[in-house]
Design a protein around this ligand. Structure first.
Ligand code: HEM
Length: 374
C-alpha cells in the first residue's frame, strides 16, 4: 500500500508515506503544505491552529508562492564559486579543530571540540559573521542546539539564545547594508540595491538568515558524530571512506537518514497512487524508510560505502529540498577523511551503549562522544 493510515497523537487519522516512490510523490506535490500551523503534529499532541503561523522570511515553513519568493533569492547564492571558496575555508577550519581536538589530549569529546564548532563556523562563513563576533554567535548557536551552555531541553536558555541570535541577525543585515562583503546576507541586501528582486524587509532577511542557521547547524553536527560512530565500527569502513569519500558520504547520508521524517498537510483533496488524501489530512513523510526501501536499494539495511546511494532522500525532495546540501556534502567530505587521517587509531573511549543519544524523532544525534587515540 503506497500510503498507510496512521492515528496521530491528537486522534486525527492521517497517513504515513514510507516507500521511496510515494515519499517522492508527496514531496513533489504542491497540493501538500509544509506549514506547522496547518498540521496535526505527529510528534506531539498539537492540532491545526495550535502552532502560530510562521513569521515572514522563515521560508522553511512557508508554501509557494511565499516560499518561492524567499528561496529564489537564496538559490542563486549557493554558487559553484561560493562553494569552492567555502571549501577552502572549511579545509582550514577543519584542520584547526583537529589541532584543537589533539590539544585536548586523549580522551576528548568529539562533539564539543569538532562536530559542534565546525558547522557553526561554516555558517559564520556563509552568512559573513565578522571574526570578532564569532565567539558570541557560536555560544548562542550551541545553546540553541543544546550542544553546550544549556542542558538539552532547557527551554528558557534556548529561547533566550534564539532571541539574541535574532537580534544579532538583524544587526548583521544593517551592517551589511552599510558595508557589504562577499557573503549570503550581503547578497540579499545587494539584490535590493541592484533591483534584482522585490524589496524584502530587514526582518524578513534576518528570518532567512535564521532559517539557514537552523537548517545548517544541528544537522551537520549530528551527521558528523553519527557518521563517525558508524565508521568506527569497522576499520574497513574507514578505508572505504578514505578511498572514495564521495560514495561513502552519500551512503552514510542514506543509511543514517538524520531527519527520519518530515510532515505535510493536504491543502486540497490530493490523490497519491490511488489513495485520496482529503483536504486537511496530515501525512508523516518517512524519509528514513524511503531510504531503506528494498525496491530502491539492494540490501538496504547494509551500510555499503561503495554503493554511492544515488537518489537517496536524506535531503528531502521537491521545493523544500535542502538548500544547504552541497555545503553539507563538502563539509562531510572534508571532515571524515580529515579526522581519520589525523587520528588513524581513533576509537570510542566508552562503550557504545553509554553514549548519550539525543531523544528526538526530528533529528537524531549524540550529546557527547568521548573518543580516544594513541
Ligand atoms: C531543508 C536535511 C544541512 C539548510 C532540509 C530538508 C532536509 C534536510 C531533509 C527538507 C525538510 C522538509 O522537506 O521538510 C539536511 C541534512 C543536512 C543538512 C541531513 C546535513 C547533513 C544543511 C545545511 C544548511 C541547511 C548545511 C544551511 C547551510 C536547510 C534549509 C532547508 C533545508 C534552509 C529548508 C529549505 C526550504 O524550505 O526551501 N534539510 N540538511 N541544511 N535545509 Fe538542510
Amino acid at each position: 500500500m503506497p500510503l498507510s493510515p496512521m492515528t496521530f497523537p491528537d486522534g486525527h487519522v492521517g497517513w504515513r508515506a514510507h516507500d521511496h516512490a510515494t515519499v517522492r510523490a508527496v514531496l513533489a506535490n504542491n497540493g501538500f503544505s509544509i506549514r506547522p500551523d496547518l498540521m496535526h503534529n505527529p510528534f506531539g499532541p498539537g492540532s491545526p491552529g495550535d502552532a502560530p503561523p510562521s513569521p515572514p522570511g522563515a521560508f522553511t515553513d512557508h508554501d509557494p508562492p511565499d516560499h518561492t519568493r524567499y528561496r529564489s533569492r537564496l538559490t542563486g547564492q549557493f554558487t559553484v564559486r561560493r562553494m569552492r571558496l567555502l571549501a577552502e575555508r572549511l579545509e582550514v577550519i577543519t584542520a584547526e579543530h583537529l589541532d584543537e581536538l589533539a590539544a585536548q589530549g586523549s580522551p576528548a569529546d568529539l562533539v564539543e571540540h569538532f562536530a559542534v564548532p565546525v558547522p557553526g563556523l561554516m555558517i559564520c562563513e556563509l552568512l559573513g559573521v565578522p571574526y570578532e563576533r564569532r565567539a558570541e554567535f557560536q555560544q548562542d548557536a550551541m545553546t540553541l542546539t543544546g550542544g553546550s551552555g544549556a542542558e538539552a531541553g532547557e527551554a528558557e536558555a534556548m529561547f533566550a539564545a534564539f532571541e539574541r541570535l535574532q537580534r544579532f541577525m538583524l544587526e548583521m543585515v544593517a551592517a551589511k547594508r552599510a558595508r557589504p562583503s562577499d557573503d549570503v546576507l550581503s547578497d540579499l541586501v545587494n539584490s535590493e540595491v541592484t533591483g534584482s528582486g522585490d524589496a524584502l524587509t530587514d526582518d524578513e532577511m534576518a528570518a532567512m538568515g535564521m532559517a539557514l542557521l537552523g537548517g545548517g547547524l544541528d544537522t551537520t553536527t549530528n551527521m558528523l558524530s553519527l557518521g563517525t560512530l558508524e565508521l568506527l565500527r569497522d576499520r574497513a569502513r574507514v578505508e572505504a571512506m578514505l578511498a572514495n569519500p564521495d560514495a561513502a558520504v552519500e551512503e552514510l547520508l542514506r543509511y543514517i537518514s538524520l531527519t527520519p521524517a518530515t510532515v505535510r498537510t493536504a491543502l486540497e483533496d490530493v490523490e497519491v497512487d490511488g489513495v485520496v488524501v482529503r483536504k486537511g489530512d496530515t501525512v508523516l513523510v518517512e524519509l528514513g524508510s524511503a531510504n531503506r526501501d528494498p525496491a530502491r536499494y539492494a540490501d538496504p539495511d547494509v551500510l555499503d560505502l561503495a554503493r554511492g546511494a544515488a537518489g537517496h532522500l536524506a535531503f528531502g525532495h521537491g521545493v523544500h529540498q535542502c538548500i544547504g546540501q552541497h555545503l553539507a556534502r563538502i563539509e562531510l567530505k572534508i571532515a571524515f577523511p580529515g579526522l581519520f587521517t589525523r587520528f588513524p587509531k581513533l576509537r570510542l573511549a566508552v562503550p557504545e551503549d553509554e553514549l548519550p543519544r539525543r531523544a528526538s524523532l526530528v533529528i537524531g544525534g549524540l550529546e557527547r562522544m568521548p573518543v580516544a587515540w594513541d
